[in-house]
Design a binder for this molecule. Structure first.
Ligand SMILES: Cc1cn([C@H]2C[C@H](O)[C@@H](COP(=O)(O)OP(=O)(O)O[C@H]3O[C@H](C)C(=O)[C@H](O)[C@H]3O)O2)c(=O)[nH]c1=O
Length: 185
């Protein structure tokens, strides 16, 4: 099997641990598999694959998502260094609305996080020189881009490292009024 599928504290957010076909040269591992992902609800072709590099330990990016009708599933894979990867439920009416799950993804543990539509995504670099590969089920549509503040007390995301770097855009996402009703998807 190319992946071991592991549950998380949030239904439909799953960990995919990539099996490494190793030998004396090194290893070969699959990043995406249509049949394996279809069984987990990814039933459309991959629309976009992105690559991000984050130089400094402690940097944070997030919490980003796309609104309907351009909501997307993401498969986030760390191929260099390590991150705390966070999925945050922002779906109106969800029993886990405003709940988040954090998972350490690293080149070493070969874990990826499968993040369904309706979840915001963010991460903190736990090492310098982190590289992530994102597979998306829908293309990037700037007009549908949405985000919440990574420090919003409504969510209480527990970032493990002192924050060293963020984009101005991410620093300036508005804090929410309580109670948070969620977003329609
Ligand atoms: C997502 C995306 C962005 N862009 C452009 C838009 C900006 O001009 C530039 C950087 O985008 P952004 O500042 O949103 O990049 P990050 O802050 O790393 O956000 C990313 O990391 C967080 C944690 C995510 O989950 C999102 O997938 C993604 O938005 O790339 C594109 O051209 N295509 C794309 O698919």
């Amino acid at each position: 099997m190319p992946f071991q599928i592991l549950p998380t504290s949030l239904d439909d957010v799953r960990i995919l641990e990539r099996h490494a076909f190793g030998d004396q040269r090194g290893f070969f591992a699959r990043l995406f598999d249509r049949e394996e992902l279809a069984a987990l609800g990814w039933t459309v072709p991959v629309a976009q694959v992105n690559h991000s590099f984050t130089a400094r330990r402690g940097s944070i990016r997030g919490m980003h998502y796309q609104r309907s009708p351009h909501a997307d599933m993401k498969l986030v894979t760390c191929i260099r260094g390590a991150v705390l990867d966070v999925a945050l439920d922002v779906r109106a009416g969800s029993p886990t609305l405003a709940k988040w799950h954090g998972e350490v993804l690293s080149a070493e543990n070969r874990r990826a996080l499968l993040i369904p539509e309706g979840f915001a995504h963010g991460f903190q670099a736990l090492t310098d020189d982190v590289e992530l590969i994102y597979c998306h089920s829908a293309p990037y549509v700037p007009a549908s881009d949405a985000a919440h503040n990574v420090f919003d007390p409504v969510f209480g995301i527990d970032w493990p490292e002192p924050v060293t770097d963020m984009s101005d855009r991410d620093r300036n996402h508005a804090m929410l009024a309580n109670p948070f009703e969620g977003v329609a998807f």
